[in-house]
Design a protein around this ligand. Structure first.
Ligand SMILES: Nc1ncnc2c1ncn2[C@@H]1O[C@H](COP(=O)(O)OP(=O)(O)O)[C@@H](O)[C@H]1O
Ligand SMILES: [Mg+2]
Length: 290
C-alpha cells in the first residue's frame, strides 16, 4: 500500500523524469481507448485541439463528461490537463497565444461559440484553483460576491440564505459562523479552499472544475476537501486534475489519462488503476508505484 506522502513535489518531479514523456512514438494519431462516451453527458468534447502559438498542447481530444460524476484527469506534468480544463469555461481566452478548435458542448450549448456570454458560462462552469485565492474581503462577502453580480438575491435575507447554505454545503459554516466579517484570508489554507468552493457553489453552477485543489493543503485539510468533493457530486458535475493517484481513486468515478496532449485512455477509475488497456496508462500507473 502506498500513501500520499510518497507524492512529494520532488518525487513527482522524479517520476515525471523517469517516465519518458518525450517518447511520442506510441501516441501520435492514436485513438483514445476505453470508454469516452457516457449515457447521460453534461459536457461533450469532440476533436478538441489547443495550440499556444505554433505549439500543440491538446491534440484531438474527444470525451463525454457525465452528470453527477467526478472525472479525474491524470498524467505527467505538461501533458495538457490544465489546458483542457480551462477549455471548459473558456479560461484559455485570457491567454493571447492560445487557440482552441473543435467542438465543446455544455448541455448542447456550444461553449466555443464566440457569441456566448463567458461571464454566465463561468457561473455555470465554476473553477477552483490550486492555491486558495479568497478575495481581499470578508468571509461573508467572498461567498456573496458572485450571487450579487449575477443578481441572484432580491434582498439581504435571500443573500444571507445563499451565503449560509453555500458555506454549509462546503462544510465550513460551523467553523466560521461566528466570524463572518473576518477577512477570508484569516482562515487556514484548508478553510480558504473550502471558502473558494463555497464561493463557486453560491452561483449554482452545473459543473465545477478543480485544478489540483489540494496540492497546497496538509493531509487533514485534503481529506476534508476530498470528502466534500465526494458529496458534491450529488448535485454537480466535477472535473478534477490531480497529481495524487490515491486522490483520483478516492474521489472519482471515471479517470482520464493524458499524455503529451493526447487523451490516451478513459474509463471507470477502478479499471484505469487495476487493469488499464493502454500500455502508456499502465507504465504511468506502475512507474510511480510499482
Ligand atoms: N500560457 C501558456 N503559454 C504557452 N504554453 C503553455 C501555457 N500554458 C501551458 N503551456 C504549455 O502547454 C503544455 C500543457 O501544459 P498544461 O496544460 O499546463 O499541462 P499540465 O496541467 O498537464 O501540467 C505544456 O507544454 C506547457 O508548457
Ligand atoms: Mg496543470
Amino acid at each position: 500500500m502506498y500513501n500520499d506522502n510518497f507524492m512529494t513535489e520532488k518525487n513527482i518531479e522524479m517520476a515525471d523524469k523517469n517516465f519518458d514523456v518525450n517518447d511520442q512514438s506510441t501516441v501520435d494519431n492514436e485513438e483514445t481507448v476505453g470508454e469516452i462516451h457516457v449515457g447521460d453527458p453534461r459536457i461533450v468534447a469532440k476533436n478538441v485541439d489547443v495550440h499556444y502559438g505554433d505549439k500543440i498542447a491538446i491534440n484531438n481530444v474527444s470525451i463525454d463528461i457525465g452528470k453527477n460524476e467526478v472525472l479525474a484527469m491524470i498524467g505527467p506534468s505538461g501533458c495538457g490537463k490544465s489546458t483542457f480544463l480551462r477549455c471548459l469555461n473558456r479560461m484559455n481566452d485570457t491567454i493571447d497565444s492560445c487557440a482552441v478548435k473543435g467542438e465543446l458542448y455544455l448541455d448542447k450549448e456550444n461553449i466555443l461559440d464566440k457569441k456566448i456570454d463567458v461571464v454566465s458560462l463561468r457561473a455555470k462552469v465554476g473553477m477552483v484553483f490550486q492555491k486558495p485565492n479568497p478575495f481581499p474581503k470578508s468571509i461573508y462577502e467572498n461567498v456573496a460576491y458572485g450571487a450579487k453580480i449575477h443578481g441572484m438575491a432580491k434582498n439581504k435575507a435571500e443573500l444571507d440564505e445563499i451565503v449560509f447554505k453555500s458555506l454549509e454545503r462546503a462544510g465550513l459554516f460551523q467553523e466560521v459562523k461566528d466570524r463572518l466579517d473576518s477577512p477570508g484570508t484569516s482562515l487556514s489554507g484548508g478553510q480558504q479552499q473550502r471558502l473558494c468552493i463555497a464561493r463557486t457553489i453560491a452561483v449554482s453552477p452545473e459543473v465545477i472544475l478543480m485544478d489540483e485543489p489540494c496540492s497546497a493543503l496538509d493531509p487533514i485539510a485534503t481529506a476534508k476537501v476530498e470528502e466534500l468533493i465526494y458529496e458534491l457530486k450529488e448535485n454537480f458535475t466535477i472535473v478534477i486534475v490531480t497529481h495524487a493517484m490515491q486522490q483520483a481513486a478516492r474521489v472519482s468515478q471515471r479517470t482520464a489519462y493524458f499524455h503529451l496532449g493526447n487523451l490516451v485512455e478513459v474509463g471507470p477509475t477502478e479499471k484505469i488503476f487495476t487493469t488499464p488497456i493502454h500500455k502508456l496508462t499502465e507504465s504511468y500507473i506502475t512507474g510511480r508505484f510499482g
